[in-house]
Write a protein that binds this ligand. Structure first.
Ligand code: PHE
Length: 358
């Protein structure tokens, strides 16, 4: 019986067939188990004589089953590997490729051009406090210019009725908001580094406003130069030099319009001339000429001496200029786009139309 069992084990073609053999021999009613049970009825002498032989058979069968089991499992793995091989010579599936967003692209270009002019890049928090966003920029709590900023305040800063805190509310200078411009970075940088200073601060800003040229989140780049004997001529030269490099053409017309910002004095708004060519806006030419127009790119001016004081810089020793330009506006002009909102829709067809996506 043992030889027959060993042969059947060797012949088992599958793990299931092998298990049948195991049950037939070693299972509860298997012949080896039954043989072992007979030992119980024997006298001690008989048992001593018979037991070793039965135990040896049991061990032999068990080890044969173990060996066969290992062999069958190895064979199964082998065939699995053979059927699941990868053909490494096949071309890989083509996946859509990400790309740099036009706004990020413009920010990189900006930083590069200003780096050549000796400007470092500074950053500040998008969740800002009232003092840095307004008060230190010469807009105290009753300043009317605050109302023009359509500020997103954080809930604990908004009293009943949902209106932003007014001057009468003694909420202090610590109420939090989403910064409405990059100008608070001026304050933070001057407080940290003192003067002289020369930096740009690109980043996201927020205002509760939305149409073809306004989105609730948009991008600005702040510029700040503080040194001895700085004057408006330095500002004009810096902006012109930057725009010529950025738009890669010499015939840029900038228009500096007298304006008002609480944190600069005098203040000028910066417009650039463009023409409509087909459906595209192209920078260049004179804004007042036939078929041309001006696009407002941002504000600028000489840093108000009160701002220098509040940021810890001596206004009798240092002067400065600052500007804040709309990055998205500049990008629209550079790439001839008409609707600002498309920048933030994330539509890959739109991005690739402008040469940015796959
Ligand atoms: N912070 C102003 C704005 O967002 C722009 C500005 C910056 C004006 C720096 C003057 C100087 O409208």
């Amino acid at each position: 019986q043992k030889d027959a069992a060993l042969a059947a084990i060797a012949d088992a073609a599958s793990l299931e067939a092998l298990d049948e053999q195991r049950v037939a021999a070693l299972g509860k009613k298997g012949w080896v188990s039954l043989a072992l049970k007979t030992l119980g009825q024997m006298s001690p002498e008989q048992r001593q004589e018979a037991a070793p032989a039965i135990q040896a058979v049991r061990a032999e069968i068990a080890s044969a089953i173990e060996a066969k089991k290992a062999a069958l499992e190895a064979a199964e793995l082998e065939s699995q590997l053979a059927s699941e091989t990868l053909d490494l010579t096949l071309p890989a599936p083509v996946r859509p490729q990400g790309s740099v967003h036009p706004v990020s692209q413009v920010m990189d270009e900006l930083a590069e051009i200003f780096a050549d002019l000796g400007f470092a890049v500074a950053t500040g928090p998008e969740i800002e406090d009232d003092w840095h966003n307004f008060t230190a920029l010469n807009m105290d709590e009753s300043h009317p210019a605050r109302a023009m900023h359509d500020t997103f305040y954080f809930p604990d800063a908004v009293p009943d009725g949902g209106q932003p805190a007014s001057s009468s509310e003694a909420l202090g200078q610590k109420k939090m908001l989403l910064r409405t411009h990059t100008s608070p970075v001026q304050i933070r940088s001057m407080k940290e580094q003192g003067a002289p200073i020369r930096l740009i601060a690109p980043g996201r800003v927020y205002r509760s406003d939305s149409d073809a040229t306004h989105t609730p989140m948009f991008h600005q780049v702040e510029g700040l130069v503080v040194d001895r004997d700085i004057h408006l001529g330095h500002l004009k030269w810096t902006l012109e030099t930057f725009f010529k490099a950025f738009f890669e053409r010499e015939d840029i017309t900038l228009r500096l319009r007298p304006s008002y910002f609480p944190f600069t004095e005098p203040s000028v708004e910066v417009d650039v001339g463009y023409s409509n060519e087909g459906n595209r806006r192209v920078v260049g030419g004179h804004g007042d000429a036939e078929g041309h127009d001006w696009m407002e790119l941002g504000g600028s001016g000489m840093v108000n001496r009160r701002v220098l004081e509040m940021a810890g810089v001596d206004p009798d020793e240092y002067q400065g200029f600052a500007f804040g330009l709309g990055i998205d506006r500049i990008a629209m002009l550079k790439y001839g786009m008409n609707d600002l909102r498309a920048f933030f829709d994330g539509d890959p067809r739109w991005l690739s139309h402008y040469g940015f996506g796959a």
